[in-house]
Design a protein around this ligand. Structure first.
Ligand code: ZN
Length: 86
């Protein structure tokens, strides 16, 4: 009855920090809420702000984008929600 328990190896998950290649930091651009063409890239077609996983921005710039989008919405430059049924 001396059954040896086989140790299950956990699948190795890469916990190293992923390097973000933030386009804003790289080019030294500043986030401007009036630049709608730029902001449109970070908003889904439903009008939601895209996550940093999608936008590949660093945390600082992602937060600045989120604030800029919210500002632009308040200034009626961007919609809060856009209902487009496809
Ligand atoms: Zn950045």
């Amino acid at each position: 009855m001396a059954q040896q328990r086989r140790k299950r190896r956990r699948p190795q998950i890469d916990t190293r920090k992923k390097k973000v290649d933030c386009s804003f930091c790289k080019e030294g651009k500043r986030v401007d809420y009036k630049d709608i063409t730029m902001l449109r890239k970070y908003v889904s077609e439903r009008g939601k702000i895209r996550s940093s996983r999608v936008t590949r921005l660093c945390g600082v710039c992602q937060r600045q984008i989120a604030v800029a989008v919210k500002n632009a919405r308040e200034m009626a430059l961007l919609p809060y929600i856009s209902q487009r049924k496809s």
